[in-house]
Design a protein around this ligand. Structure first.
Ligand SMILES: Nc1ncnc2c1ncn2[C@@H]1O[C@H](COP(=O)(O)OP(=O)(O)O)[C@@H](O)[C@H]1O
Ligand SMILES: [Mg+2]
Length: 286
């Protein structure tokens, strides 16, 4: 990641003041204009424009335009190596994009001076390999981030964690260490941990790919409930039934671009592009 250029304090302060003035002016304008137009609630939570990422000479993402709106579930499908994980990691800035924009409620988070740390807390992430702290019990796994990153009082953090652990059916395991849990249970804890931060959207990177087949269902069922409850979700998955039946939209990635996207039912029933047809044919055959 390139080092952030350091601004002289005076310049930074002037920029802050200018920004505050602009925001205040925008507030006044918004008040004067009355309630926002009805499509404002449909404005994307997160959007990418021309998002690109290279590692050295390798151009992995080659201009991705993507958006997820409040309450929407978007599945990202595509062959291994097509750039799906890199895309998610660029969206939440685990990787710094090489070019393009990542907009959060319309503001480009890559701009100098943007509160990147604050932005990261708005997006939760669930990984294939759970990424739990093995030395902490289930409850503490769901508390530590809330206290350290969000600055919540411990009692409040525990209460929230217990609520979300109940939601994923793990309330009876709060004292267990991760090694005492099955893969499916670990992933449900990881989901509860992400929810405990109360993010605005959750990103899932192949959350069931590391699980034994008999445990895939319990995790997908939790994810289905979350989708039903109106959570905004971006899900990289090879579970085509989930992509088809639970998502609102599907984006098919191929060679670092979104080759095709649209309503889930449409993509599965009538894929327009040959490469989408080919990918889905493999799924139907398998
Ligand atoms: N940190 C990295 N350094 C170099 N190459 C990487 C890095 N991360 C991913 N890649 C490369 O980017 C390509 C896409 O990877 P990835 O985003 O993991 O695809 P997918 O999740 O669709 O399988 C792969 O060729 C991979 O080797
Ligand atoms: Mg991946």
């Amino acid at each position: 990641m390139p080092a952030e250029p350091v601004e002289p304090p005076a310049v930074a302060a002037a920029a802050d003041a200018a920004e505050a003035a602009a925001l205040a002016a925008a507030d006044v304008a918004a008040d004067a204009a009355g309630p926002p137009p009805s499509d404002a609630q449909d404005a994307p939570v997160v959007e990418t424009r021309g998002l690109a990422k290279s590692f050295g000479e390798n151009e992995i993402l080659r201009g991705i335009d993507f958006a997820v709106r409040p309450g929407e579930v978007v599945s990202v499908i595509g062959a291994s190596g097509s750039g799906k994980s890199t895309f998610l990691r660029c969206v939440n800035l685990l990787e710094w994009p090489s070019a393009g924009e990542v907009l959060y409620h319309g503001r480009n988070v890559l701009e100098r001076g943007y509160d990147v740390a604050g932005y990261r807390t708005k997006l939760g992430m669930v990984f294939q390999q759970f990424n739990l702290f093995n030395n902490l019990n289930v409850l503490d796994n769901c508390v530590i981030g809330q206290v350290r990153a969000a600055g919540r009082p411990k009692a409040e953090a525990r209460e929230r964690a217990l609520g979300y652990l109940a939601k994923v059916g793990m309330e009876r395991h709060v004292d267990a260490k991760p090694r005492q849990l099955s893969g499916g249970q670990k992933q449900r804890v990881a989901i509860a941990r992400a929810l405990s931060m109360e993010p605005e959207a959750l990103l899932f990177d192949e959350p069931t790919s590391a699980l034994d087949p008999e445990m895939v269902g319990e995790v997908l069922s939790v994810m289905g409930e979350l989708a039903e409850s109106g959570l905004t979700m971006v899900v990289v998955t090879h579970e085509m039934a989930f992509a088809r039946d639970v998502s609102d939209r599907v984006a098919f990635m191929d060679g670092g671009v979104i080759a095709e996207s649209g309503p889930a039912a449409e993509i599965f029933a009538h894929p327009a592009q040959a490469r989408t047809q080919e990918f889905l044919a493999r799924f139907h055959a398998g």
